[in-house]
Design a protein around this ligand. Structure first.
Ligand code: EPZ
Length: 426
């Protein structure tokens, strides 16, 4: 298994190109199941999760071709996906257990084929993560759903019917699943308390281009007019706001000065506000966002919330930054129940963090020391890399496959800005 070694203490300077968004791209790829015509996606990042989604869709019968983007530039890979015929309506355990986003094929397969059998994803490192809302929403649209030997078995022999469904809790994945199901349902579907994350908006905009009428895009009420057939289209994936925020925090951690090329400030407003309060300077430029640091770094309180609030996917990185701030910071996680797995690892590097239920009190320390560390999920892993960039001495990050799921060429991007970072193979 690969490891990443970082020698801390270098300021990041230069530019980093922001990749296309992983979490926008995954549902967009699934949208290819809704039509027999080709869907072309541009700015696709090269990541392990994208490869897993390609494998899943291929076994459903989707033909996929890839054209690599210019190396180092923001254009990413172009994928063309064509689901002429659906070869299988089963999403097997072997793939779903690797990536929970696989459950997004449920709504699309059910809407197109009238049946789907999708493995239940099970728990994961950041929490129990049930899929009850996906199921309840599809049932409201007329699906019959049973759980059989670990699989969600869904049927809608007469097709899905438009319905009004109010999410009892905001869910990104359930909103995406239901939008895709509604796109081929008979009649109009109204989704209340829908997720407003930019990734949901990107999916809705792509589906509009495929012929679905969707109103309320970007709001908590989405009205979707179901169509009999959808057409193919070409769509450019939005830049990754979590990657953008992650690098902004890494730059702040090293008191660096970097332009995030292709980054969109409007997608990271809540994180930008917290960073500014901590003493970080973020400015919109013609090409993206410029990140620098004014004077010292101050502790700020942060609470994760659904969009447009502070994203849970930046909580661990913000905590890493706050370990070196002057004063204290209270970080509250309201989305996932076990998303503080990075705390004991940060403590091994000298951080002072006390967790009480859903809040972590971070008291800034004058220095961190490099150590051997490992994490159990993607964002926790990158938070340890951020800590390593500012730590005295050497940090070795184990289980790098977590990072490879969601950060394209992380070590190359950081090394190009002056970080002493390398991947150790095997
Ligand atoms: C998406 O996961 C993202 N993944 C996550 O990013 C992100 O952390 C999360 O949204 C929240 O922003 C992708 O987009 C592929 P949810 P998702 O449904 O859709 C509960 C990363 O690091 N819930 O919005 O699975 C759930 O347990 C990943 O890139 C139910 O109770 O998240 C959680 O507490 C990690 N029942 C809350 O809702 C359900 O049926 C929000 O989850 C569904 C969700």
């Amino acid at each position: 298994m690969d490891r990443i070694r970082i020698k801390g203490g270098r300021q990041l300077k230069g530019e980093i190109v922001v990749s296309g968004s992983k979490n926008a791209c995954l549902p967009l790829m699934v949208a290819s199941l809704l039509t027999d015509q080709p869907l072309t996606l541009k700015n696709v990042p090269r990541l392990a999760d994208i490869t897993t989604m390609i494998r899943l869709l291929q076994q459903h019968g989707v033909e996929i071709s890839a054209t690599p983007g210019e190396n180092g530039h923001s254009h990413g890979t172009t994928l063309t996906l064509k689901a002429g015929k659906i070869a299988s309506t089963t999403a097997p355990y072997d793939i779903v257990r690797k990536m929970r986003a696989s459950v997004l094929v449920l709504g699309a397969l059910l809407a197109r084929e009238g049946e789907a059998r999708v493995s239940l994803p099970g728990g994961c490192a950041i929490g129990a993560r049930p899929v009850d809302l996906h199921i309840a929403g599809l049932k409201a649209m007329g699906a019959e759903i049973d759980i059989d030997r670990g699989y969600i078995v869904a049927k809608a022999p007469e097709g899905l019917k438009g319905a009004r469904y109010t999410f009892p809790k905001v869910s990104v994945g359930a909103t995406e699943n239901l939008i895709m199901a509604a796109a081929l349902a008979k009649g109009t579907t109204v989704l209340d308390n829908a997720a407003r994350e930019p990734e949901v908006t990107d999916l809705a905009e792509c589906l509009s281009k495929m012929g679905v009428s969707i109103s309320g895009i970007g709001t908590e009420t989405l009205t979707i007019g179901g169509m009999e057939r959808l057409t193919g289209t070409t769509h450019t994936v939005i830049p990754d706001r979590i990657e953008t925020g992650t690098y902004a925090m890494a730059i702040a951690m090293t008191a660096g000065d970097v332009e995030l090329v292709g980054g969109r400030l409007d997608l990271v407003e809540a994180a930008a506000q917290s960073l500014r309060a901590a003493g970080v300077v973020l400015k919109k430029t013609n090409r993206g966002i410029h990140v620098g640091r004014a004077n010292g770094l101050h502790g700020v309180d942060v609470m994760t919330e659904p969009y447009p609030g502070f994203p849970t996917d930046l909580q661990a990185q913000m905590m890493a930054l706050m370990t070196r701030a002057e004063g204290a910071s209270m970080i509250t996680e309201t989305i996932f129940e076990s998303r503080f797995m990075h705390v004991p690892e940060l403590a091994r590097m000298g951080a002072n963090v006390t967790v009480h239920h859903e809040s972590a009190l971070v008291r800034g320390v004058p220095k961190l020391r490099g150590a051997e560390v490992m994490a159990t999920d993607l964002r926790a892993s990158v938070s340890l890399a951020i800590a390593g960039l500012a730590a005295e001495g050497e940090t070795t990050l184990h289980r790098v496959y977590h990072l490879d799921r969601g950060y394209e060429r992380l070590e190359e991007k950081l090394a190009a800005c002056g970080a002493e970072i390398e991947r150790l193979k095997g």
